[in-house]
Design a protein around this ligand. Structure first.
Ligand code: UT7
Length: 312
């Protein structure tokens, strides 16, 4: 029995901050942000809305979408680098809020690759029959670790949460193959500094991302016994439209076969791939038995990809 995604949900905060809003408070322009990143606006959480609140809302929606109860969860995995506090974990906080009394819970720290790390971890526990259902959440409140005086990073990020319920799916469907990777030597290019702010060497991260995203996507496709021509839909980490385009071109895909929702949300790190998946499901872009590839990269440095035959 293969493990696959049997339900999804998401949550984005109400407040929208546009590029024009940012123009008023820092030395930047709508034109620069749009042409260099593809971002037009992002959602920013309220002061009293923390990471666990967003995770809880996305998780509730995913449970409903999967048609299961919180009691049926055997494990909760929350991928985040912006937990409410180091401990208790966000996963334990939402375990209580959801009433998921039968679930173990732990957080995963893999930055923007966290949603993929979560899916792949869940796959192992489902396929060895340890649990029937696992909740995976990618969630970030990046606004609380953003230096609003650093235009190199402040224009890039947004807040939000995306959740998936992983369970058993029918023969031939589900998460077919995966790749996870890390290169700690690149940790210096993207990290949280002593003031707790995000610090980034954009050009180095850009080069790494262009190299790694396309390659990881190809790797999972080939491991699954397919070629790039078989791919129906690509869902890359929404970090920069130029990086996403390079992955799409590597797979020779037309633009209508790639999720590009970055303009509305910015880079929401661990929530980004899951949020794009939900949006494209809602848009009717993904159908049963489509071959879809989810691929991401992030701080660590880390990366990850999965090839999925969609459907339960
Ligand atoms: O989830 C993973 C997280 N990180 C990423 O994915 C980031 C990967 N990197 C990138 O997306 C790009 O490197 C950035 C969007 C961050 C930067 O784009 P770039 O084309 O690499 O620009 P740059 O860093 O080479 O900067 C070009 C110029 C610089 O001015 P000078 O030195 O040429 O005079 C910057 O100071 O653009 C300037 N600049 C800005 N100007 C207006 C940097 N940020 C801004 C800004 N507004 N917000």
């Amino acid at each position: 029995m293969n493990a696959g995604i049997v339900g999804v949900g998401r949550y984005v905060p109400e407040k929208v901050v546009t590029n024009l809003d940012l123009e008023k408070v820092m030395d930047t322009s709508d034109e620069w942000i749009r042409t260099r990143t593809g971002i037009e606006e992002r959602h920013i959480a309220a002061d009293d809305e923390d990471t666990s609140d967003m995770a809880f809302n996305a998780a509730k929606n995913a449970l409903k979408n999967a048609g299961i109860t919180a009691e049926q969860l055997g494990l909760i995995l929350v991928a985040t680098v912006t937990p409410d506090q180091p401990f208790p974990s966000v996963s334990c906080m939402i375990q209580e809020q959801l009433g998921a009394v039968n679930a173990a819970a732990m957080d995963i720290s893999a930055a923007c690759s966290g949603y993929i790390y979560g899916l792949v971890t869940a796959k192992q526990f489902i396929e060895n029959n340890a649990y029937d259902y696992i909740l995976v959440v990618g969630v970030e409140k990046l606004s609380k670790i953003t230096d609003w005086e650093d235009r190199n990073t402040a224009v890039l990020f947004g807040d939000g949460a995306a959740a998936a319920i992983v369970g058993k799916v029918s023969e031939g469907r589900g998460i077919l193959t995966y790749e996870l990777g890390a290169d700690g030597t690149g940790g210096k290019y993207l990290y949280q500094n002593e003031k707790n702010y995000i610090t980034m060497n954009g050009r180095e991260v850009f080069k790494f991302a262009v190299r790694q995203m396309g390659q990881s996507a190809i790797n999972v496709i080939e491991k699954a016994g397919y070629t790039k021509n078989d791919v129906d839909y690509l869902i890359p980490h929404q970090a920069n439209i130029r990086i996403m385009e390079s992955a799409r071109q590597r797979l020779d895909l037309p633009s209508e076969k790639m999720a590009a929702v970055i303009k509305k949300y910015g880079n929401t790190s661990a929530a980004s791939i899951g949020n794009a998946l939900v949006e494209e499901l809602e848009n009717g872009k993904i159908h049963d038995d489509d071959l879809i590839v989810l691929v991401g990269f992030g701080g660590g440095l880390t990366w990850g990809a999965v090839a999925i035959k969609w459907g339960r």
